[in-house]
Design a protein around this ligand. Structure first.
Ligand code: HEM
Length: 416
């Protein structure tokens, strides 16, 4: 692995193509952790930001949620896209999800959906998730002996789960699938609807029109599902605004889908590339809990979130001025040599495993228990039935600074 220069290393974080090249990305992150863990990145078309690459610093920033705010820049996008999102919000039709909000409003809005992700709700959902896991492993057997595991299996299973939780009809699944991909794979040419921010915004408007109709129907006829909880949710006794309601569906549908797909397919690739670990897990299914956690660390589907300083402050002694933004490099935190023994080793028994793939603090992933359960069900169904598996072509990563992972994983296998 060649050593990048300091400037190159920092710029890599603001270059979507770097996320499609693991070697290049990790070489840069390793360099930053060792030599410049609070690095100023100035790489147009992005506005400048401070890249935070040490696990300890990311946790400290997320813990200080009254000093480091999600508003107005919760994630990395180009200056043009930042401006457009702001203008849309001011016009009353932008996106303001949980990840855009700060306390105390954030806490109240989060509480509306939270019951649907608690252990009791997860236990109630488990039968359905197990059933879906079996359905997808059966499908994999039926379409074998080769498939693209990402597009034919990993993408559909979590979408089905999240749509079931929301209570949406099966005939809408295809539409939701392409919308979430267009929305989250925004930087990658394969998923883009168009090249301009306006065309990207059209994706959002499609989401909004679909979910506005849903809100109206669930307000008129509430049912026992998450969509009804959102449609009828209140903050301080008032119903959620139209923007907040539509945004809630958007965050659940989109955050619950691509992220889990990336962790499932990244996890399978790690098992294929580490056959000893795959055998270890097959021999001892009791390791499934730690194995799933390791797959989530290894794949780190959410590459970053950002926070903006509410006051002048410092991180690791580096001054950060009020209004400047910090980029929380989860991919880097999850390979931090100070936290993980041999961070570049995939270990299905890794314990402890303090990865930051689900973030930390008040914004900690609402769907973490659901994602873990889905992965547990799928791999518990798949592994005992898998007689052989190998790559049938090169795996391909998506080019995105936000949520991403494998977009193609061609495999050849024998499945009972
Ligand atoms: C392996 C799969 C997943 C990963 C890696 C992941 C990762 C994350 C991360 C990093 C955050 C932000 C945390 C922070 O800022 O500290 C987040 C927030 C969130 N996630 Fe997930 N997520 C996954 C699956 C899911 C699922 C299945 C759902 C279900 C709907 C979900 C719903 C959410 C929501 C609603 C938030 C916003 C929470 C808030 O801001 O209060 N996620 N997720």
């Amino acid at each position: 692995m060649s050593t990048p220069t300091m400037d190159d290393a920092a710029k890599v974080l603001a270059d979507p193509t770097a996320y499609a090249d693991d070697q290049r990305l990790h070489a840069a992150l390793r360099h930053l952790r060792a030599h410049n863990p609070v690095a100023l990145v100035d790489n147009p078309p992005y506005r400048p930001f401070w890249a935070i690459t040490k696990h300890e610093d990311i946790m400290a920033i997320e813990r200080a949620n009254d000093l480091f705010l999600s508003e107005p820049r919760p994630l990395l996008s180009t200056a043009q896209a930042d401006d457009l999102a702001k203008a849309q919000l001011e016009a009353g039709m932008g996106l303001r999800t949980l990840i855009h909000m700060d306390d105390p409003h954030h806490r109240k809005v989060r509480a509306i959906g939270a019951d649907w992700f608690r252990p009791k709700a997860m236990r109630d959902l488990k039968v359905r998730v197990d059933e879906l896991a079996k359905r997808y492993v059966d499908r994999m057997r039926d379409i074998g002996p080769e498939c693209d595991f990402v597009t034919e299996i990993a993408v559909n299973f979590p979408l089905y789960v999240i749509m079931s939780l929301l209570g949406l009809p099966e005939e809408d699944f295809g539409r939701m699938h392409s919308l979430t991909q267009e929305m989250f794979g925004g930087d990658d040419d394969e998923y883009k609807r168009g090249t301009t921010p306006e065309e990207q915004m059209a994706v959002l408007l499609d989401f909004f029109s679909y979910f506005s109709a849903l809100t109206a129907s669930r307000r008129a006829n509430p049912t026992d599902d998450l969509a009804s909880a959102i449609a009828n949710g209140t903050v301080d006794g008032e119903p959620l605004s139209d923007v907040d309601t539509a945004s809630y569906y958007v965050i659940v549908a989109s955050a619950g889908h691509d992220t889990t797909k990336d962790a499932i397919s990244g996890g399978l690739l790690a098992l294929i590339e580490n056959p000893g670990e795959m055998q270890r897990l097959k021999d001892d299914p009791g390791l499934m809990g730690t194995a799933v956690e390791e797959m989530i660390r290894w794949s780190t589907p959410v590459k970053e979130f950002m926070r903006t300083a509410a006051e002048d402050t410092t991180v690791r002694g580096v001054p950060i001025a009020k209004g400047e933004s910090v980029y929380l490099a989860y991919v880097s935190a999850n390979r931090d040599e100070d936290i993980f023994d041999e961070p570049f080793r995939f270990d299905v028994g890794r314990d402890p495993n303090k990865h930051l793939s689900f973030g930390y603090g008040v914004h900690f992933c609402l769907g973490a228990a659901l994602a873990r359960m889905e992965m547990n069900s799928l791999f518990t169904e798949l592994l005992p039935r898998l007689e052989s598996i190998e790559l049938a072509g090169p795996p391909e990563l998506s080019a995105t600074t936000f949520v991403g992972g494998l977009k193609h994983l061609p495999i050849r296998y024998q499945l009972r």
